[in-house]
Design a protein around this ligand. Structure first.
Ligand code: ADP
Ligand code: MG
Length: 365
């Protein structure tokens, strides 16, 4: 695959103290779906706007299909942006709104009509061509905004929180639709979101940002299973953190003592004994042991809280030192346990060594 976007040491310092983006280098492959993920204020929109040409970088270079576009205005870039509020014109029909995206291309009427039809068909709304935006639902308006952006056939589509105005149910549905649209049109999508589930569901690759910099980038599953830092482990999925010290480390295995339990973990680092580390545990990877069952990394504690969330139960277990570990009990698992967990009862939980994260230092976020 060829690179379509290359960001080389891109920075945007709004002022000496307000740093939007700080020395970011990313390459996006042609046809990829890449998501910029991070909390509010970490620089996602600033980075996206620089790719679109709506913001000038204070350092670095941007190449589009091999050509330096760092100083080109938006209309000179084969890139199009979908804005969060859709910005549809209320006095125009759906068809006219989509055709508006073609204004600067100087096409004849038949070509415009063809392209509008193609774009609206792609989002499944050609039958609404003569209606006005206010006659449509929020999800339909979002699709019209998408049609208007793809009608120009840009090389890259930029989407800044495109689904944030929709309610939860519709947003889930649109995540899948947008992913399918990406597969159908075959152009590169770069999307911004602060919603980790959205990023995992939709993207080929996720770039996690932290205070203007890249914290980690990779395929959704790699980020989920191998977060490089507590920041990433905390932002993608849920993680319980426990401070500890290395008691031994040999042959790819490290043993960590925390106040309430010992943990064995797989590692490719070599830690010296006594080293301060932080253990990270995902609730869905911690399981409840049956009576008499033995397992690596058995933790004993007491049930402190039971949180019901439909698909299962999330259970807070208090260890002997007062620390809390969260463990999920999913429905099938729950059925095999005769008794529902009761607050105050002793319990035994376990996690497999390859599922235990170990981070250097006392670094719980
Ligand atoms: P995100 O999209 O991740 O929420 P932004 O890119 O909007 O983050 O903002 C990154 C940082 O840059 C924030 O601290 C924000 O306040 C600042 N910032 C964004 N736009 C401007 C601007 N036009 N002028 C000054 N500071 C800005
Ligand atoms: Mg933003």
């Amino acid at each position: 695959m060829a690179a379509i976007i290359e960001l080389e040491n891109i920075s945007k310092h709004y002022s000496p103290t307000i740093i939007g983006v700080d020395d970011v280098s990313v390459t996006v492959e042609d046809g990829e779906f890449v998501t910029l993920l991070g909390p509010s204020g970490c620089g996602k929109s600033t980075l996206l706007r620089m790719i679109g040409g709506f913001e000038e970088p204070t350092g670095g270079a941007i190449r589009l299909a091999g050509k330096d576009v760092t100083w080109d205005p938006p209309y000179k870039r084969e890139v199009n942006m979908v804005f969060q509020d859709y910005a549809l014109f209320p006095h125009m029909t759906v068809g006219q709104n989509v055709a508006y995206g073609l204004k600067t291309l100087k096409l004849n009427r038949a070509e415009v009509a063809d392209r509008v039809k193609d774009a609206l068909s792609l989002v499944g709304l050609y039958d609404k061509v003569d209606q006005r935006p206010q006659q449509l639902s929020g999800g339909q308006r979002q699709r019209i905004a998408l049609a208007r952006a793809i009608v120009r056939r840009p090389k890259v589509l930029l989407l800044d929180e495109p689904l944030s105005a929709l309610d939860a149910k519709l947003r889930e549905q649109m995540q899948i639709e947008l992913k399918h649209l990406h597969e159908k049109v075959g152009i590169t999508f770069i999307m911004v979101t602060h919603d980790q589930t959205e990023a995992l569901v939709m993207s080929d690759r996720v770039v996690v940002m932290e205070r203007g910099k890249i914290a980690q980038q990779g395929k959704p599953q790699d980020l989920y299973d191998h977060p490089a830092s507590p920041y990433v482990a905390n932002f993608i999925g849920t993680t319980t953190f426990l401070p500890g010290k290395v008691s031994k480390c040999t042959g790819g295995k490290v043993t960590v003592a925390t106040g309430g339990a010992m943990f064995e973990a797989e590692t490719d680092h070599s830690y010296s004994p006594g080293k301060v580390v932080t253990v990270g545990l995902r609730p869905e990877k911690v399981r409840f042991l049956a009576e008499g069952e033995t397992a690596a990394n058995t933790i004993t504690g007491k049930i402190a809280e039971v949180i019901y969330y439909g698909l299962g139960l999330r259970i807070a277990v208090t260890l002997s030192d007062g620390a809390t570990v969260y463990a999920d009990m999913l429905l099938p698992d729950r059925l095999s346990h005769s008794k529902l967990p009761e607050i105050g009862t002793p319990t035994r939980i376990a996690i497999e060594p390859h599922n235990v994260f170990v981070f250097e230092g006392n670094v719980a976020p």
